[in-house]
Every structure is written in structure tokens, then in C-alpha cells.
Write a protein that binds this ligand. Structure first.
Ligand SMILES: [Zn+2]
Length: 174
């Protein structure tokens, strides 16, 4: 996928580049617009640099809670903000397209509401962060245990299989 903000040719690249001057090098932004841009940039940065390895749920939830992105985008991206790793290769899969769209919608949201450039920001996107989740190695559902574990139903299934295997070993047919 060539037309990305990361490559410097996203859909609203000129506006994005101009507006991101509002985002401080670190810490919260002084304006609401700045904090929204910080949030969408965090998602893009984590996709292209860390394969979604960080907890970026605060950035996504902040944009969703502020009405910048719709629930469809939120639903596609959410698992990757909470611990699911990106296994694609940046050729325009659903996650990459969705994150590019988040950046575009954030920029458009600000262009449509120039008052956000002045409105003082009173919160951090990190206030919106959820706890990381763990995903089952077998079925990719949410798992309760630690990293690399299985969800309860897969765990039960695996135990059943092991039990059946042990019966077969201990009770040969011939
Ligand atoms: Zn499972």
C-alpha cells in the first residue's frame, strides 16, 4: 500500500503534516485538536513500527469517545490495540486500511471544526486506556490466562484429547 501517511502521501497528507505541528514531542497536547492528532498518530506509529505491540487502546478509545471515528473502525482495530499482534505485510489489509482511515477521519474532523484548534485540552488519551487482553493460541478468542495460553473452551478440548490419547496408549486394541 503506497498511499499512506507513513510514506508521506496519505489522503489528506498536507493538512495532516500542517496540523501535527500542534502535537508536542511528548506529553498531552494543549488543544483538543492536538490531542486527537496525537491519538491517530500513535495508532499509525504502532502499526508501522511495532506491529501493534503496544497497548494503544487509549488512543483508539479517545477518538471513538470523541465521536471522531465510527464503531465499524473501532471494532476492526480494537483487538490490535489490546494485545493482538499485526501479522500482515502492509499491502492494504483491513487493519492497515482502517488505521489510514482513522488518520483521514481525524484530520477531516478537525478541518470541519476549526474551533478544536483553540479549545483547551483537559485530558490525556491515556485516560481512556483499557487493560491488555490475551488471545487464545488456538482460536484467537480472548483468553483469561497469561501470554501464550488458551481460552477455557480450547483448554478443555486439549485436555479431553490428551485423555483420549492416554486411553489409547494404555489400552491397545490388539
Ligand atoms: Zn480458544
Amino acid at each position: 500500500m503506497e498511499n499512506t501517511y507513513w510514506n508521506g502521501n496519505g489522503k489528506l497528507q498536507e493538512d495532516y503534516t500542517r496540523l501535527t505541528a500542534l502535537v508536542p514531542a511528548s506529553g498531552e497536547s494543549d488543544t483538543v485538536a492536538g490531542e486527537l492528532l496525537r491519538a491517530c498518530t500513535r495508532l499509525a506509529y504502532d502499526l508501522y513500527n511495532n506491529g501493534m505491540g503496544n497497548n494503544t487502546s487509549g488512543a483508539l478509545n479517545f477518538l471513538y469517545n470523541k465521536g471522531v471515528i465510527n464503531s465499524t473502525l473501532q471494532t476492526i482495530i480494537e483487538p490490535y490495540t489490546l494485545g493482538r499482534l499485526y501479522s500482515g505485510n502492509y499491502t492494504g489489509d483491513a487493519l492497515q486500511v482502517s488505521i489510514e482511515e482513522v488518520v483521514t477521519q481525524t484530520v477531516q474532523h478537525i478541518l470541519d471544526r476549526p474551533q478544536l484548534l483553540e479549545q483547551a485540552n483537559t485530558e490525556s488519551m491515556f485516560d481512556h486506556e483499557d487493560e491488555e487482553q490475551h488471545y487464545c493460541e488456538e482460536c484467537d478468542d480472548v483468553a483469561d490466562g497469561s501470554w501464550g495460553s488458551h481460552c477455557q473452551s480450547c483448554e478443555d478440548w486439549i485436555e479431553d484429547q490428551e485423555e483420549i490419547n492416554s486411553w489409547e496408549e494404555n489400552d491397545p486394541e490388539d
